[in-house]
Ligand binder design. Sequence first.
Ligand SMILES: C[S@@+](CC[C@H](N)C(=O)[O-])C[C@H]1O[C@@H](n2cnc3c(N)ncnc32)[C@H](O)[C@@H]1O
Length: 224
Amino acid sequence: MAGDDPDILRRPQQKPPLIQFLSIAFRNMKTVGTICPSSPMLARALAQSVIETSSPKRVLEVGPGTGPMTKEILRALRPGDEFDVVELSSEFCHELEARILAPWRRQSPGVRITLHNAAIQEADLDAASYDCVVCGLPFNNFDHELVESIMRRMLELLRPGGELSYFCYLGAKTMKSTVIDEAGRRNLRAIKRLEDELHLTHSGSREVVLANFPPAEVRRLRKP
Ligand SMILES: C[S@@+](CC[C@H](N)C(=O)[O-])C[C@H]1O[C@@H](n2cnc3c(N)ncnc32)[C@H](O)[C@@H]1O
């Protein structure tokens, strides 16, 4: 059954997800943005809105990597739910499909799961149709114009009343500011201004998750 905890998530894999994650992350540091996948506690906090939203629901995940958030989301889905996953890296897509999505589809045919190997800015998705958007993108690595266009896109994809959750590492902007140039610091300040503005205009809330490396903060925005 879709809500149960299927064996497939506990089976040993050929290559441990962490090794897989590291090998792809080191080659794509700008878009992956970290050397460690999210902990189960951070993944659960990010998937909270999916857990709390009643079915049928439509869920979008952006930037799953090796899939810690994907697994939490899948556990909260029921027959009749729809789940779109958008991942830029074809290597991560391949891993995710083979290790998590294909086995889950076989086990829970009532849940429609679609993987899009694309950038979220370009993926072919229906506007204003998702109840929950869960995002794992490393915004502090991006230009602020890109962060703004991705944020606006994700909010546009949410239906009114739907929730977007994303995360950032605690103190990341402050620490990063000490090792980058003035243009980089201006970029981080612009990202922070955007995040603060969206927090105010979209009933923002924040939750600290210490049980992650590095400790993180989950941010939630609700579409008016
Ligand atoms: C920090 S990793 C997050 C991995 C995973 N969500 C986790 O929490 O462990 C960021 C992921 O976002 C993907 N990504 C980066 N830019 C993207 C974009 N514009 N659209 C979709 N995925 C993107 C990267 O390829 C990478 O898999």
